[in-house]
Ligand binder design. Structure first.
Ligand SMILES: O=C(O)CCC(=O)C(=O)O
Length: 256
């Protein structure tokens, strides 16, 4: 089975060595600077409605904070997973980070597809590409997932002991993990003395689903001006909001 077939069948796959150790160190340093910049701009990195305490550091709006994130969201290895699950008609819905430091605890369980469209969830219409900037282990808060839960169509079908049945993803720094948007998951608790677990979450959905964030409101004019055409299009910043790729009306994009 290749990794796309594993993603389709198991609901996730792990691709090692997508980033070199030097690249991991560079992206991680930029993430820490972005966390500071986010606070400076007034966007807090501790979100009490998500996390139990400030040991979790959340960084939203990565695409506006450092150009490296604009490269990663279109990284060919990530897009291969996205296209392998969703096909070519996808959009970029969000790109965020969660640094789980010692003392962090699990958030509420959820599936990311459930956050953007109502049940029943019949098909994979969303995918997360998780960038591992540290070795990810059970002890340092590796994302917990409920095996096979990408086949669950309704909340009522979740087992009562879903949390107890969850198992952590493990991966080396530099890996990416593709996770079907229907997979139920949560952050793990970081029970180590001194190991941080920094992850980036690139979230992509089918192009008929409204993105999680309004990119027109979150990206600065300077960032929008600097976007390459592919990224501009995949963020839904072009004039057409909802015309299927390849549909007969796409020619309208030239006249609007
Ligand atoms: O940090 C994690 O492991 C999971 C984070 C997550 O699921 C979320 O922020 O929605």
């Amino acid at each position: 089975m290749n990794h796309i077939e594993r993603l389709q069948d198991d609901g996730f796959c792990v691709l090692p060595d997508v980033l070199t150790p030097t690249q991991v160190a560079d992206v991680r340093a930029r993430l820490l600077r972005s966390a500071e910049e986010s606070e400076r701009r007034g966007a807090p990195t501790f979100i009490p409605s998500l996390d139990h305490n400030a040991a979790n550091v959340r960084v939203f709006n990565l695409l506006d904070l450092d150009p490296v994130f604009r490269e990663l969201i279109l990284h060919p290895a990530a897009l291969e997973l996205v296209q392998g699950l969703l096909g070519d008609g996808y959009m970029i819905s969000n790109f965020t980070a969660n640094i789980a430091r010692p003392g962090s605890r699990s958030m509420n369980i959820h599936s990311d597809q459930a956050l953007v469209i109502p049940e029943p969830w019949e098909a994979p219409w969303a995918i997360n590409v998780i960038w591992c900037l540290d070795d990810v282990t059970a002890e340092n808060g590796g994302t917990l997932h409920l095996p096979d839960s990408h086949r669950i169509r309704r909340v009522a079908d979740l087992p009562d002991d879903a949390v107890a049945r969850m198992v952590p993803f493990t991966a080396r720094a530099g890996s990416i993990i593709g996770m079907d948007g229907r997979m139920w998951h949560t952050s793990g608790a970081n029970i180590t003395e001194n190991q941080e677990r920094a992850l980036l979450f690139g979230y992509y959905t089918m192009d008929f689903i409204r993105p999680q964030v309004n990119w027109n409101a979150t990206l600065s004019p300077e960032t929008i001006d600097s976007l390459d055409p592919e990224l501009f299009e995949r963020l839904g910043l072009g004039p057409m909001a909802n015309v299927r790729h390849g549909g007969s009306l796409t020619s309208l994009s030239g006249v609007l």
